[in-house]
Design a protein around this ligand. Structure first.
Ligand SMILES: Cc1cc2nc3c(=O)[nH]c(=O)nc-3n(C[C@H](O)[C@H](O)[C@H](O)COP(=O)(O)OP(=O)(O)OC[C@H]3O[C@@H](n4cnc5c(N)ncnc54)[C@H](O)[C@@H]3O)c2cc1C
Length: 774
């Protein structure tokens, strides 16, 4: 701008007018007028060059990276300011606006496929760009100019009275990182939103016909300006919104041409497991195409910013990692780290009319004392050590087998080499062992919860579904520790997608597989995008989607459904709430797993009530605060002000309870769940909830039906289906990924030894492919 524009001499006139013309005509004008305006802008851009002030490099102003930055900054600021100024816009409408604005991106010369298509992609774009931004001398000069544009000396008081306020409010509305770049403190968001709201209300009272005349008559003028033969933008016309790209710009996003293309492997779904498989196969030199129906990669392992205008990147669904083998991280050279939590768990309870609780962690002596204080003796802690000593030995022996061909039941039994452990974990309902080892109801409950995560079962369920769930919760990493992914769960997905791409895999989003066919020699995937259908052929097709979805794709009989039974709540707090238990610091209590209404008796009652078709009267749940262990998920302003995230995972609320009235039951359940938490707090949680840019409380809840709709998890089951034993059974194949179709493999959580953020099914499917001769 500094090198090509005369804005310093004519700040109020031509340049501002031209920009307003373009926005006006692309917003209100006809298609033809917009094409004309685009042709004009592209023509101007073609003629202009700039010199990088640091490197001295010369390049055109039409360089896609620059255009995309301008486009995204413009779209984002219009949207943010509109919403913060009180204009009612739903999230879906905001997404639609961003998608539609890709038309104007095309008009300035960008490929719409490479431009963010929704809020999540826009946020990801800014996240990606932030490390590259600096406020150099030229930026500071523009900054200074905009705050105090030159005017006639007589008008200086008017400028200071009117313009300074407008400029100050516009600058205050910038995101906190922009203030950081200029070395200024970011203003608190709430007062800025308040001012924007007042200004928006005032401006919206100005009648539309007057509004459109400022800057002077720009819309009528723009629409009447003659231009010789409008030349359409170089991308397809008419443009229709299509499947949004995964990573918007500055990186090649593959758009699959219609027609058939052939690969060594086509992977349906870019969940973390699909990406693991893609990375292994591409590194082995195979050509790989990954088709993802959503607009982003990661499936249930993603980070996102669900609260408008709030810089908190939450692990929206899965949040802790235990089952991911270090071998996969090392094999794929992933730039990904875990951090362990200082506290394992805290469970508040009222005993003898006094609030107290059990804090596990912070060292052996401290844990022993905590047990003694709660239970009045040494017995329960001794039992705890024996029990987890037993599971630890099982973990050491079972975990390494997950990335090997499936052992038989006998082989695994021999490998574990501990009859009482085998009986407790593999043969009898886990309730028997819990009752045998422990006496205290609260301690029993804390142990049992690991058997019930995402699994609707009683402690004594003869199906042993609860045992399988328990097993996967205590064997991870050979220790059973659950750690915090640094940067949130999206950091893992991003690292995996980067590894797969770096090895040559093509990953396309907005591509939904609709049919899979195959025979002895290969398979084909028919996929659908907003532009139509295409076919990708491969030697192997790997399906990351759930087994139910696979059956729909191949036309096979679907497997037994296993509905999900959990509530997931994401929250952002201005501060951690104070606890009723005076002996525990909230920063410790919330750093581990904070159990609510999870006594052994309470869990049994909640299960019985839900099995009888009612919401549990005291819904059990567990909570944890990611930002205590890993504050990097918060923007600097929120972190500086002591904000914290809170994630809640509720148990025993099967999908069937939400049938018919998902919204109403979600609300009822959320209220009941938070009331259980409030019973242990010295102040209501609601007082600690942060608000978003629109003044709404930062809280979102997802029921099983929401997960089914958003992520295609059948019945909202977080593991795609009931977890399996980690040994071979009839039809499980060598790796546990085989299907009735020889060239079609499962590579997702629904495989044997699937479930959880582990990458194990992705690894095993890749091994199954690599073992086979082409
Ligand atoms: C609320 C919640 C909390 C959880 N918490 C944890 C936790 O803390 N720790 C943990 O280890 N696990 C947790 N889990 C479980 C874990 O997230 C999943 O088991 C895991 O993410 C499964 O990964 P995946 O790659 O196999 O499948 P998914 O993540 O489900 O990905 C499958 C992908 O396939 C895509 N797809 C589906 N159908 C098609 C189609 N027809 N065409 C193209 N693409 C398609 C989907 O869009 C999706 O991207 C949680 C899950 C949920 C939902």
């Amino acid at each position: 701008m500094l090198q090509n524009s005369d804005f310093r001499r004519d700040g109020w006139g031509r340049r501002l007018g031209r920009t307003a013309d373009f926005v006006g005509v692309t917003t209100y004008g006809t298609t033809e007028d917009a094409e004309r305006a685009g042709a004009r802008v592209r023509g101007i851009h073609r003629r202009l060059m700039v010199t990088d002030p640091v490197s001295g490099e010369r390049y055109g102003v039409g360089e896609p990276g620059l255009l995309c930055w301008v486009h995204c900054a413009e779209v984002d600021s219009y949207l943010q300011v509109l919403r913060r100024s009180g204009y009612p816009l739903t999230d879906a409408q905001a997404d639609r606006y961003i998608a539609e604005r890709r038309v104007s991106a095309r008009l300035v010369g960008l490929d719409p496929q490479e431009v963010p298509a929704n809020r999540a992609e826009l946020a990801a774009y800014f996240e990606e760009m932030r490390p590259r931004l600096t406020a150099g001398p030229e930026a500071r000069e523009v900054d200074d100019f905009l705050r105090r544009p030159p005017v006639q000396p007589l008008l200086i008081p008017a400028r200071d009275l009117l313009w300074r306020r407008v400029a100050a409010l516009a600058y205050a509305a910038l995101p906190p990182y922009a203030h950081d770049l200029y070395g200024r403190p970011a203003p608190a968001p709430a007062p800025v939103t308040h001012r924007l709201r007042a200004t928006g209300t005032l401006l919206r009272r100005v009648p539309p016909h007057l509004r459109r005349q400022r800057p002077p008559k720009h819309i009528p003028r723009a629409l009447s300006r003659p231009v010789p033969s409008p030349c359409p933008a170089p991308h397809k016309i008419p443009w229709r919104p299509s499947g949004p790209p995964d990573h918007p710009v500055l990186r090649r996003t593959m758009s699959v041409n219609q027609g058939t293309r052939a690969y060594d492997a086509v992977i349906v779904g870019a969940g973390h497991n699909g990406l693991v498989a893609a990375a292994y196969l591409a590194r082995a030199g195979r050509s790989v195409l990954v088709l993802e129906r959503l607009g982003h990669t990661g499936g249930a392992a993603v980070s996102s910013t669900p609260f408008a205008g709030v810089e908190a990147r939450l692990s929206r669904y899965s949040y802790l990692v235990s089952l991911l083998p270090r071998k996969i991280v090392a094999d794929l050279g992933l730039d990904f780290r875990l951090r362990s939590r200082t506290i394992s768990s805290y469970t508040p309870v009222e005993r003898a009319g006094r609030p107290t609780g059990l804090l596990v962690g912070g060292g052996e002596a401290r844990t022993r004392d905590a047990f003694a204080r709660l239970t009045g003796g040494a017995r329960e802690y001794a039992a705890w050590q024996r029990f987890y000593g037993m599971t630890g030995r099982v973990a050491e022996r079972v975990f390494p087998t997950l990335t090997e061909p499936l052992p038989t039941r006998d082989e695994l039994h021999r490998r574990i080499d501990d009859e009482s452990a085998w009986r407790a974990l593999f043969e009898e309902p886990i309730g028997a062992a819990v009752e045998e080892y422990f006496e205290d109801d609260l301690v029993r409950g804390v142990v049992l919860t690991d058997a019930l995560i995402g699994t609707f079962a009683d402690a004594h369920d003869p199906s042993l579904a609860q045992n399988r769930c328990f097993l996967y919760h205590v064997i991870g990493g050979g220790t059973g520790a659950w750690d915090v992914p640094v940067g949130g769960m999206g950091a893992l997905t991003d690292a995996l997608a980067a590894a797969a791409r770096a090895a040559g895999a093509e990953i396309v989003t907005g591509h939904e597989a609709v049919r899979v066919t195959g025979d002895e020699s290969g398979a084909e995937v028919t996929y659908r995008t907003a532009d139509g259908e295409g076919v990708a052929a491969a030697r192997h097709v790997l399906v990351n989607a759930a087994p139910q979805e696979l059956a729909a794709l191949t036309g096979d009989t679907p497997p037994e459904p296993a509905e999900g039974a959990q509530l997931k709540v994401n929250m952002l707090l201005t501060r951690l709430p104070k606890l009723r238990d005076p002996d525990v610091d909230p920063r410790e209590a919330f750093a581990g797993t904070f159990h609510i209404a999870e006594g052994y008796g309470q869990l049994a009652t909640a299960h019985a009530q839900a099995a009888a078709g009612r919401l549990p009267a005291a819904p059990p749940s567990e909570i944890y605060c990611h930002s205590l262990t890993d504050p990097t998920i918060l923007g600097p302003e929120l972190a500086g002000r002591g904000y914290q995230t809170l994630t809640l995972f509720g148990l025993h609320t099967p999908a069937r309870l939400f049938d018919g009235d998902n919204d109403g039951v979600r609300e009822e359940l959320l209220d009941a769940t938070l009331a259980e938490l409030d019973a242990h707090l010295a102040e209501p949680l609601a007082d600690c909830l942060a608000t978003d840019a629109d003044g709404r409380p930062c809280i979102e809840a997802k029921t099983p039906l929401d997960l089914e709709r958003d992520l295609r998890l059948p019945g909202g089951n977080i593991f795609h289906r009931a977890l399996s034993w980690p040994y071979s059974q009839t039809d499980t194949g060598r790796w546990g990924v085989e299907t009735p179709h020889p060239r079609v493999l499962l590579c997702g959580a629904g495989a044997v030894r699937g479930g959880g953020v582990s990458g194990v099914p992705g690894h095993n499917a890749a091994m199954a492919v690599l073992e086979q001769k082409a």
